[in-house]
Design a protein around this ligand. Sequence first.
Ligand SMILES: Cc1cc2nc3c(=O)[nH]c(=O)nc-3n(C[C@H](O)[C@H](O)[C@H](O)COP(=O)(O)OP(=O)(O)OC[C@H]3O[C@@H](n4cnc5c(N)ncnc54)[C@H](O)[C@@H]3O)c2cc1C
Length: 398
Amino acid sequence: MNHSTHRKVLISGASIAGPSLAYWLNRYGFEVTVVEKASTIRGGGYSIDIRGTARDVADRMGLLPRLRKAHVGTNKVSFVDVGGKPVGSLSPEALTGSEAGLDLEVRRGDLAEALYEPVRGQVEFMFNDSIATLDDRGDRVEVTFDSGAHRAFDLVIGADGLHSNTRRLVFGPEERFHRYLGHAFAGFTLENDLGLAHEGVIWNTPGRAAVLYAHEPHDPVYGFLVFGQDEPPFDAFRDPGAQRDLVAATFPERAWHIPRLVAAMREADDLFFDIVSQIHMPTWARGRVALVGDAAHATSFLSGQGSSVALVSAYILAGELATHADHADAFAAYERTARSFAEQNQALATSGGTVMVPGTRDMLDARNEALRNPATLAEPEFSAAYTGLILPDYSHVE
Ligand SMILES: Cc1cc2nc3c(=O)[nH]c(=O)nc-3n(C[C@H](O)[C@H](O)[C@H](O)COP(=O)(O)OP(=O)(O)OC[C@H]3O[C@@H](n4cnc5c(N)ncnc54)[C@H](O)[C@@H]3O)c2cc1C
């Protein structure tokens, strides 16, 4: 039986988890409003992979043809040493354990657009706004917005990412839930005058990585400078100038494309600076409020699975809400079904870090040695995590 009747749901965040959840809730007959602090769905961006169980969700949403068209098709990932000398190269499948010809790699913004398109006009979107206060009154949630609007909803779902505003308002400060993975990074785009196409190149010294990621030859290249830091560089968060100074000071080498990357990072108008961290919460719901996607269980980019897990948990949360009359039962069932899948994929960040940013000289040498005999760097647990959940079927509630 479908229990959506007239239930009003507010979702905070319109990236991956938010529009996916909106799609399923709308399909099950809920009244959905999405609030997004940005002025629009953000396009472009680094490429992300959709694989395993998440690919099944995309299939059930009818998105596969569109995502296949948007597939960026990386052919190889190469590794170079501090002087830029090649160490080895692999197919993306040999690196991640994904399935050639099946997995999808699309720009994050293309995925967000593909998820937005089917719900645009079907559900209400409030851009340029954010939840200011939440008051769970037991039978409804009273919400005020930064814009001054005041509305009541049956349920509120935070899909507002790693630094979730909803989580802070309902569960408390981020420090309680974040697990710092020992690195910070700067991401930005630069002009593709390096002759790269459909490939990634990773430069390493112990504890540091500089990454160039290219799609079409005429598209901008994505640059990432990743570096180990014992403590999160909280001071730099308050000051964009300090972020650029810290990254530049951490990459002083006059070798390979490092000076070019540092100069591009200094000038970038799309600089994205953050720490590499995950979110671990004892529970994803409290009263009439729940979390989904990175807000609940961020895996970090070292796992390569954040978007995939977001797609899967949004599907399950919507299905359980449609299946249960009581939201508490629905939230409990959502966690029972999705939590171990999220945790299994969070665990991949350790191996991802060992491959992408080996922390010590010994670890780097071991990684490079493995690259010289490159059958695969992927561990069996990678594909086990990607496919670690058989999707429940909720079609009976449509
Ligand atoms: C450099 C990098 C590389 C990555 N590579 C991969 C990869 O290869 N594969 C993969 O699967 N994942 C990857 N990820 C992770 C992936 O991007 C995230 O896991 C995924 O985007 C999570 O989706 P989400 O919708 O939960 O959160 P987000 O994408 O973070 O979206 C949150 C949304 O909420 C909005 N928001 C924030 N605060 C508020 C507020 N107060 N009010 C309203 N709206 C708000 C934001 O504007 C945003 O639209 C990578 C991440 C990074 C940073």
